[in-house]
Structures are given as structure tokens and as C-alpha cells.
Design a protein around this ligand. Structure first.
Ligand SMILES: Nc1ncnc2c1ncn2[C@@H]1O[C@H](COP(=O)(O)OP(=O)(O)OP(=O)(O)O)[C@@H](O)[C@H]1O
Ligand SMILES: [Mg+2]
Length: 327
């Protein structure tokens, strides 16, 4: 679908030159007249998981990381996946993305009406389905020595020949799409900077921009804010929320911070020992439920803070104590 590049939002700090001295104004200058493929709003995808189990076999015996998981996520939902360490969050996300195969006998995993896997076998066309699933990891997975914009354009690999990606040969249109994505996550100024020199929060937003240029119907985040300071956590979570709201992308994010989950996600799915133990609105979480999900990890996960807000009916009307807002 074609669209005219919208003007970069005023709130985005766009110097005429980036720190690396490269001019950026062509993004603004061409904004009104350049027609490129920047349409992000794809078919919002639903997710279906039926009776999915996953067992790891090792020297020390079996470990059932997922046990008969059932899940239905509607197109455009923003869902937090919570649970103590080892409860199966990463295993579920990797299984959803088709990066990990479930046990034989498991039911289907479908994304956007397409089968990712079934009965312990990946669908033959899983690569095409994966192209519509953006993944964001805790470790960013950027190539440090490459400029941010190149890392972002790598996200288009399903649409452009891999030899062009390997040689770094991108068209002006592809650069425009990447710059547009960087503007949306608020780091246009860093477009030509080496990725390894960005702050953690900026690197994670670059990783989100890379997922964004895939034009995904689904974005999966595996602890995307785990290694960030509170201000960066907020910026990254806001970027996910904006993409969810504006593009209609379905977003599923695993989080260790209960307060972040409750604040940004309308629905919470909690895992414990590989089973879904809570699936409902964030507002429906109660202190006893949180304690039963987390057990001894309850305090480490910020349960007290979230508990305080959940206990206090007027919390929504008060200034939030969660995730400090930077000046
Ligand atoms: N490749 C593997 N080989 C063996 N066991 C594994 C493997 N991957 C995960 N597991 C086990 O499966 C269980 C679930 O792991 P998983 O990484 O999904 O948990 P998690 O909820 O993401 O934990 P965390 O919050 O610490 O990231 C754990 O007991 C883990 O040790
Ligand atoms: Mg994990």
C-alpha cells in the first residue's frame, strides 16, 4: 500500500544534522511530496494457542516448560506476560514466533489466521508467517559497529533480497522507511550513529524501529525493558503502546515489572510452572493472585508497589508512583 510520508512529528527533536554530521533534512523536505511505502497499519493479527506443551530433555531429566497452554489474543490487544523466573514466558514467546517447536501432540499455534506450527511441527510456510511477527529482545540484538539506520533496514529482509542486505545496498525509499520508523520511536537524530554508541534505551528503541519496518501484525517482546533505567523503560513502553494504538499491531510483552505491566497493558496473562494461572484484565489482578503467581519472587517483582496501587481504589486519580517520568 502506498502512502505519503507524513511530516515528522513536532515532538521529535530533529536537528538539521545528526551528531555524525550527516544531513537529515531531506526527510522533512521531502515529507510532503515523496511517495513511499511507509504504511505500517497491516492486517492486525490474532493469536491462537491450543493445548501447547513444550518439554526440555536434558542430563537431569525432563522439564515441562509449557503445560497445555491455551490462549486467544484478539487483533490489536496489548498483553503483558508475567510470571516468576522459569515460568515459561520466553518459551511461550519463542514457540509463538516459530523459533521453538512445541511437543508432539500439541495443538495449533496460529498467527493472523496462518499456522505457525501444529503437533510439534513447523508449518512449511512458517518463514512467511514469521515475516509478519516482529521480535524485540532484552539484549537488543543490534550489530554494534553498524549505523542505526542499517540495523533498522535489516528488518526489511523478508521483502528485499538478502544479497542487498549483506552488501548494505539499500534504496532511497528503504532509507526513508527506516528514518520514518526511527522518527516514530524518537531517535531520528541517532540514525547515522554507530549502534554500539547508543544508550540502552536508544538501542531498544532502534530494535523496535527494526521490528516496525517489518510492518508486523504482531510484535513480541521478551523482557524488552529488563536492563533499562526507569526513564528508558517508560520511553520504550510508550513506543510499544503507540505502535499498538496507531498501527493496530497486536503486542505481547513479557515483563518482570508488575507495575509496568499493569500500567501499559490492558490484559495480563500470568504463567507459573508452565501453566496459565491468570488471564484477564490488569484491573482484575488482586494482591492474593499476585502472591500466588510469584510466591517468593513477589517482592522482587515490585509486587508491593503494584499491590499498593491495586489496593487503593483512587490510585488512578493520583499522580502515578510507578515508573518515574523524566524531567
Ligand atoms: N534450551 C533449554 N534447555 C533446557 N531447559 C530449558 C531451555 N530453555 C528453557 N528451559 C527451561 O524451561 C523453563 C522455562 O524457561 P523460560 O526461559 O521460558 O522461563 P522464563 O519465564 O522466560 O524465565 P525468566 O523470567 O528467567 O526469563 C525453565 O525451567 C528453563 O530452565
Ligand atoms: Mg525469559
Amino acid at each position: 500500500m502506498q502512502a505519503t510520508v507524513p511530516a515528522i512529528p513536532e515532538s521529535t527533536s530533529t536537528n538539521e544534522r545528526t551528531r555524525a554530521g550527516r544531513p537529515v533534512p531531506q526527510v522533512r523536505g521531502r515529507a510532503a511530496r515523496t511517495t513511499v511505502h511507509t504504511e505500517h497499519r497491516l492486517q492486525p493479527s490474532d493469536i491462537t494457542v491450543e493445548r501447547v506443551s513444550r518439554t526440555f530433555r536434558g542430563m537431569n531429566g525432563h522439564r515441562r516448560a509449557l503445560k497445555d497452554v491455551h490462549l486467544r489474543i484478539a487483533p490489536g490487544e496489548m498483553v503483558a506476560l508475567i510470571g516468576p523466573s522459569g515460568s515459561g514466558k520466553s518459551t511461550l514467546l519463542r514457540t509463538l514466533a516459530g523459533l521453538l517447536v512445541a511437543d508432539a501432540g500439541s495443538g495449533p499455534i496460529m498467527v493472523g489466521g496462518r499456522t505457525v506450527q501444529r503437533d510439534g511441527r513447523l508449518a512449511p510456510d512458517v518463514r512467511a508467517t514469521r515475516a509478519g511477527v516482529g521480535m524485540v529482545f532484552q539484549q537488543f540484538n543490534l550489530t554494534d559497529r553498524l549505523p542505526v539506520i542499517v540495523n533498522v533496514m535489516v528488518g526489511m529482509i523478508s521483502r528485499i533480497p538478502s544479497w542487498r542486505v549483506a552488501l548494505g545496498l539499500f534504496t532511497d525509499e528503504e532509507r526513508m522507511v527506516a528514518l520514518h520508523a526511527l522518527a516514530r520511536v524518537g531517535i531520528l537524530d541517532q540514525a547515522w550513529q554507530r549502534s554500539g554508541t547508543l544508550s540502552g534505551g536508544q538501542q531498544q528503541r532502534a530494535a523496535i524501529a527494526r521490528a516496525l519496518v517489518q510492518r508486523p501484525g504482531v510484535i513480541l517482546g521478551d523482557e524488552p525493558i529488563a536492563s533499562l533505567d526507569p526513564a528508558s523503560c517508560r520511553l520504550v513502553m510508550e513506543a510499544f503502546a503507540r505502535i499498538n494504538r496507531q498501527d493496530g499491531a497486536t503486542v505481547v510483552i513479557s515483563l518482570h515489572q508488575i507495575d509496568g505491566a499493569v500500567r501499559f497493558c490492558s490484559r495480563i496473562v500470568a504463567l507459573r510452572d508452565g501453566s496459565v494461572v491468570y488471564d484477564g484484565p490488569a484491573s482484575g489482578l488482586c494482591p492474593d493472585t499476585l502472591r500466588s503467581i510469584y510466591g517468593e519472587e513477589f517482592h522482587a517483582a515490585g509486587g508491593d508497589d503494584a499491590l499498593g496501587d491495586l489496593c487503593r481504589p483512587s490510585a488512578a486519580e493520583q499522580p502515578s508512583r510507578r515508573m518515574p517520568v523524566p524531567a
